[in-house]
Ligand binder design. Structure first.
Ligand code: ADP
Ligand code: MG
Length: 908
């Protein structure tokens, strides 16, 4: 044990020791709770809430609340929380990460912390990795919460549910999910506890900040979240931000052109590949060649776009491989998550890479998209007042959790001792030899009846192994990202007698593997059969897990191992490695390669060598560090944007609140509004920026806010054209013309403006004019229309300019990367420039609003449009966050704005 882990181990033990008395307290209460009637148990929730509203805290209530949940669970679903689960529940309640091995029952452990926090009323979000698990857990744990009188909701990709035992939806194939009633999203969020996927929570947040009326907001704040499989969500997925986008009508042709050029280039002379950095760069020769072929000037002025697209085309060709990094299905390029092997439906590589790959694969190149809203998971989850997580594998990334999320990892001991045997790696000279050996080993075990679960790193290897097994006559199930739908079902049977399951790395994460396979509760006779099989499998050594390659991260290897040996089951794990594996090829030292050759072992002979094993681990360590750096880097950049996003979203929310009619009537605000207000407070920080964007502490009406902007604008104009001390240089003619342009001034009025000698008086005069004109406008339109116009102009201006700003920030990011060659720190440049651009954005919003408000005319659409703008964007993007194809009807107006029908314009 290293020095560090000793220290870590000690502090972990300390933490557990400190929690232990609480566990005992919960145990002591068990007798007391056992005798309650169901009704009495349910009433406990009311009692707790009452006590909470007096002078007790959640901490005070913990032992009783946990005892109540344990009792409710025993009655409702027949599971009594183990002590280890109580321990885990306390860790979660305290906002930490509970590392609990696979099969320890994290789902049930989470009910304790979720219930206790839900008593506070802020809403608890339980986050999982896919829709299946979200629904399963809602339905399964819903019964426990229901027994305690709590409401449980669930949000998945295109639907939302409430747990409702009276409902039995026979359309759901699995019994596990039949008690879910479909409801609007908002209702699912209003429940005490809401299950859902990380994607959906994130997208709902972004969508909520695009709405035009408070009533359309789904979420009610970010109080407490428990993230299941937390390493997968906060680490593996952290590199890809969530993006809601809409197709950009310009340019896709270029990708198709470039993709034809790339194959004519040669590695080393025309371009360089750096596999370690995942980078490809064109050389001067290469660029010249492309320019010649195409007859264009790639890096010439004004052709930034060429250079960018050409680079992406190159990367698409030389760094991204079909069936490893992505698959092509139904004419679409779908990303394969490199860690989980899952298909990331709807996610697109950013910056044009996706289009470049589409061009390379000869499928339809989707239009480049324009970002409407974006956030990283890091920044989404950091919004929660309290955050907790659980997973079987967190320990190796404890440092990252602590640095990025301020989350401490506590390793919770297993309920029963773990008896799985993990054998040392078998190392082969060639990949071919390795796979032959794997197939052989599987065959032998299979013939005896031992279930085997094989993990492969990519779909490609997955299929390779499957072919080998077929040749050997071993029947097996293949589970890769291509048949994700059946994932859970297949994995749940991976422990059956003689089952061979070939899966990509973490397929089926979260699904329980029971030795002997799954049985239904009411199986009766079948149950004794099952027991016989179960015992036989135990005799054979339980589930054998095989890894066909070491992954870049030790954590992922551990995750695979963890599929075996759950709840004290026997089991074993074995990794097979070859010198040709990517990990060894790219990161292994030359010394080892030479040594392997010198040894001259036959290709299907394994060796076990300390030095090589060490080399593997050190390579993994290196890559882990490297990937951590990349993620930190993403975050550092996103932090800049995050501050800006918070400011803009806060402003939007204020506008919605100011214009909310229910709120104007009901003062003091309704509880819901209070919730939202405090949610907004949670995200503010120190980002209040410009005069016009100061926090609206006084709850100004929209009219007052806009007049404030107009006055700021007047002040700015006067300051500019009438500088202090330079009376001679004053240009009041210009001031009068601008004033005229903004709110209309008569000739007489203009002359008057030109005669001012005192700046303050001039400003005061202009302000008066602005107010008078405003009243005039309001009289002309009617108060109600005016309010509608105010809201629409504010929101639309902010949205439009903010989206432009997102684009600009994207470009800025690219351009600072280039500047790095000039010895300047790109991040510092990005921060500085980004700050300037944001100030400009705020000023532009102010100027635009001031200019537009006086020009509103009564148009039927004005007042109503506030409720339904941005349809185009949302319809095409909701949910998957992708530019989901082109859904414009052939006879609709073309989205490019030409005014022609789509079929006569871009839809030709
Ligand atoms: P994890 O998420 O930790 O891998 P799950 O929550 O999926 O584990 O639970 C694994 C299995 O353990 C489930 O089949 C569940 O029914 C069972 N289980 C969980 N808690 C208990 C308990 N207290 N008593 C008996 N079985 C339990
Ligand atoms: Mg789980």
């Amino acid at each position: 044990m290293s020095f560090i882990s000793q220290i870590f181990g000690d502090s972990n033990q300390q933490c557990l020791d400190e929690i232990q008395p609480l566990v005992e307290r919960v145990n002591e209460l068990e007798k007391e709770f056992e005798v309650f009637s169901d009704e009495q148990l349910k009433d406990k929730t009311k009692e707790f809430r009452k006590r909470l509203s007096k002078d007790e805290t959640l901490d005070d209530l913990l032992p009783e609340a946990f005892a109540a949940v344990r009792e409710a669970s025993r009655r409702a679903i027949g599971l009594r929380h183990f002590d280890a689960q109580i321990l885990g529940g306390i860790v979660l309640y305290r906002g930490k990460i509970a590392e609990m091995k696979t099969g320890e029952g994290k789902t049930l452990a989470a009910t304790l912390a979720a219930y206790l926090n839900a008593l506070g009323g802020g809403g608890v979000h339980i986050v999982t990795v896919n829709d299946y698990l979200a629904k399963r857990d809602t339905n399964w744990m819903g019964a426990v919460y229901h027994a305690l009188g709590l409401k449980v909701g669930c949000i998945v990709h295109d639907r939302a549910y409430l747990y409702e035992p009276a409902v039995v939806d026979k359309n759901e194939v699995t019994v596990e999910m039949q008690n879910l009633k479909e409801v609007p999203r908002k209702a699912a969020y209003e429940a005490d506890i809401t299950h859902g996927t990380n994607n959906e929570f994130g997208f709902d947040y972004l969508r909520d900040n695009m709405v035009y009326d408070l009533s359309q907001m789904a979420q009610r704040g970010h109080s407490f979240a428990i993230v299941d499989e937390v390493d997968s969500i906060l680490i593996d997925e952290a590199r890809t931000p969530l993006i809601i986008s809409t197709p950009d009508a310009e340019s896709t042709k270029l990708y198709e052109t470039f993709t034809k050029v790339i194959p004519r280039l040669q590695e080393n002379t025309d371009y360089n590949i750096d596999e370690k950095m995942k980078a490809a760069t064109l050389t001067d020769d290469g660029i010249e060649k492309v320019e010649k072929i195409m007859g264009i000037d790639i890096y010439g002025e004004g052709s930034v776009r060429y250079a960018h697209q050409l680079e992406e085309a190159l990367r698409a060709h030389v760094l991204f491989k079909r069936d490893r990094d992505y698959i092509v299905k139904d004419g679409e390029v779908i990303i394969v998550d490199e860690f989980t092997g899952r298909l990331m439906f709807g996610r697109r590589y950013s910056g044009g890479l996706h289009q470049a790959i589409e061009a390379k694969e000869g499928v339809r190149v989707q239009q480049e998209s324009r970002t409407l809203a974006t956030i990283t998971f890091q920044n989404y989850f950091r919004m929660y007042k309290k955050l907790a997580g659980m997973t079987g594998t967190a320990y190796t990334n404890a440092e990252e959790f602590s640095q990025v999320y301020k989350l401490e990892v506590v390793v919770v001991p297993t309920n029963k001792p773990m008896i799985r045997t993990d054998s040392p790696d078998r190392i082969y000279r060639t990949e071919h030899g390795k796979f032959i050996a794997v197939a052989q080993d599987i065959k032998e075990r299979h013939e005896k009846g031992q279930p085997v679960l094989v993990g492969t790193v990519s779909i490609e290897r997955n299929e390779l192994l499957s072919a080998l097994l077929k040749k050997e006559g071993v029947s097996h199930q293949v589970l890769n990202a291509k048949n994700h739908e059946k994932e859970a079902q297949i994995i749940s049977q991976a422990g059956s007698l003689g089952a061979v399951t070939v899966a990509t790395n973490m397929a089926g994460r979260g699904v329980d593997i029971i030795l002997g396979g799954r049985v239904d509760d009411d199986a009766g006779d079948k149950l004794s059969d099952w027991r016989k099989t179960h015992d036989k499998i135990v005799e054979l050594g339980g589930l054998c897990v095989m890894g066909t390659e070491r992954h870049e991260a030790r954590r992922i290897d551990n995750q695979l191992r963890g599929r075996s040996g759950r709840q004290g089951d026997p089991g074993s794990s074995q990794f097979f490695v070859s010198m040709e594996d990517d990990l060894m090829r790219i990161f292994g030292s030359d010394k080892i390669k030479r040594m392997m050759e010198a040894l001259n072992v036959p290709e299907d002979q394994p060796i076990e060598n300390k030095m090589i094993s060490k080399a593997i681990e050190s390579a993994q360590g290196k890559i882990e560090g490297y990937n951590f750096d990349i993620r930190k880097h993403v975050l550092e950049y996103d932090d800049v944007m995050n501050k800006q996003r918070e400011t803009i979203y806060r402003k939007r929310k204020e506008i919605l609140l100011s214009s909310d009619s229910s709120r104007q009537q009901a003062d003091p605000p309704t509880p819901h509004v209070v919730d939202r207000l405090s949610a907004a407070d949670g995200v503010t920080g120190d980002s209040a920026a410009d005069g016009s964007f100061e926090e609206n502490k006084k709850n100004l009406s929209l009219k007052a806010q806009i007049l404030g902007m107009v006055k700021n604008e007047i002040k700015r104009i006067v300051d500019f054209h009438a500088p202090e001390d330079y009376y001679d240089n004053w240009n009041l003619k210009e001031v009068s013309e601008i004033a005229n342009a903004i709110f209309g001034v008569s000739d007489e009025g203009k002359n008057k403006i030109k005669e001012f000698k005192d700046k303050n008086e001039l400003v005061a005069h202009l302000n008066e004019l602005a107010e008078a004109k405003y009243s005039e406008k309001e009289n002309q339109l009617g108060a109600e229309n005016m309010r509608g116009a105010e809201k629409a102009i504010l929101l639309r201006t902010i949205d439009m300019l903010w989206m432009d700003h997102l684009d600009n920030m994207d470009h800025l990011r690219d351009s600072v990367r280039l500047r790095a060659y000039g010895q300047r720190d790109p991040l510092v440049e990005y921060k500085n420039e980004g700050h300037k651009m944001f100030q400009q954005l705020l000023q532009a919003i102010q100027g635009q609003v001031a200019a537009m408000i006086y020009k509103v005319e009564i148009q039927q659409s004005m007042a109503t449009s506030a409720n339904q703008p941005m349809r185009l964007n949302r319809d095409e993007t909701v949910g998957g966050g992708l530019s989901g194809g082109n859904q414009t009807g052939r006879n609709d107006p073309c989205p490019c704005g030409s005014g022609k029908k789509y079929k006569k314009c871009h839809g030709k």
